[in-house]
Design a protein around this ligand. Sequence first.
Ligand code: URA
Length: 231
Amino acid sequence: MRLDKFLANAGIGSRKEVSKLIRDKQVKVEDEVINKPNHKVSYDNLITINDEQVILEEYIYLMLNKPPGVISSTEDGPTQTVMELIDHPQIDELFPVGRLDKDTTGLLIISNDGKLSHSLLSPKNKIGKTYEVDLKEDVTDEDIVKLEAGIPLKDFTSSPAIVKRVEDRKVELTIYEGKFHQVKRMFIYLNNEVVELKRLKFGNLSLDEMLEQGESRYLTDEEVNNLTQLV
Ligand code: URA
């Protein structure tokens, strides 16, 4: 990658601004002053500006505890997006891995790894997503049998779900697809209504309950390894 791109991607400034820094001989690569913006560098080069290291991460994996009222989009618009909750110098490269509805809370992975994201979302990998579901009406034993068998919806029939009753009107539900409004639609089929929905798990990754709504943190190496092993 070009040195000016590296610095711009690391959030140092615009391409024009970082090119000026480079021409002004303020940037070193492996302790050598480089004054050409097109000088080629890689992620593991030591790059400094006035002796301070500039970090550019190749792969970034974050978990966000999504609050209600924000949309899972990267597009700027009138409604706040999950990306506006993330403070990272490489924000322009990041995107949410899949979507949660505006009113859904909980675990959302934010990354710049398109390949892993694609695999995690691919229906053929059948990765479980676990939700805590608060309902308007009691969940009957019959409902649980139906959820465990698969619910016929307009566009598809859900794979057998795993259901754990937490309270009369609360279940933990693991589904293996990620279709639009899927959990809400499954309960509409059962003549019930989702009043609150929170994602607790994505595959083997659990929401860190220490994260307040709106907070994010890096995934640990172990969490990333565990996720990559799913695909
Ligand atoms: N199912 C839904 O209905 N909404 C979500 O946000 C996620 C799963």
